[in-house]
Design a protein around this ligand. Sequence first.
Ligand code: ADP
Ligand code: MG
Length: 272
Amino acid sequence: CKVIVIGNQKGGVGKTTTTSNLGIGLAKKGKKVLLIDADAQGSLTASLGFQEPDKLDVSLATVMANIINEEDMEPDYGILKHDEGVDLMPGNIELSGLEVSLVNVMSRELVMRSYIEQVKERYDYILIDCMPSLGMLTINALAAADSVIVPVQAHYLPLKGMTQLMKTIGKVQRQLNPNLKIDGVLLTLADMRTKLARTTEDSLRENYGKYIRIFKTVIPVAIAAAERSAAGQSIYEYDKNGTVAKAYAEFTREVIQCGEKQRNKHESSLSR
Ligand code: ADP
Ligand code: MG
């Protein structure tokens, strides 16, 4: 099982959209997928058709509280099923309260990791949609993950924000999770008709490409991508011949390839 955080402390960069469309893309390729909504706004949960996340009895906050209190749970406790073949651990407003109460908990950075350990063996991929902050829940997600994918708006050179995120990832690597990797940066919301998007893409590939993978796929901006969340469907159902569906399908292939490369590397280093 590979655990991937979809993270960027900037809001509106396409984290939630990427989590659901990558997750459902992987499920369409026959992978078993769990999506975790680690944002108190519950937008991943709502966009998958569970319209009122705050009314759910069980959410990520509940299972994390159970871990803290050492209460036993069935492995599928609180997990919802989406028609398009993914499982969802929903998130809602209770995560804000939980984040505050984590401060006084023993091993407070490792609560989500303990939860994921309990469900991991049932899945090929677990994707965690993070909130736009580098607070305790995001740290929990990074501590539980094998890798991070960073969605970035294509028309905006994200120098400052990226540095902060990289610092946090470095700190988590040193103190909590030495195996954490950065899978790469995904350019989203690209309006390819504009020169700005193209020059930003070029300069990002030129300046960062040697340090960090910039995924080849660029997700274009299209109104269907915004509408699909109100419909509770993935882009593959909502607008299956559109540019965004094609892009996310392509991106899904890149993510699978990237995982296979990492696995081969790991295996060859073990056999040496
Ligand atoms: P984040 O989770 O980083 O805040 P979202 O995935 O919620 O970002 O995306 C921000 C907004 O942009 C949402 O309203 C979403 O529906 C919309 N959006 C995301 N991707 C696209 C796209 N490719 N084209 C058009 N709108 C998009
Ligand atoms: Mg979001």
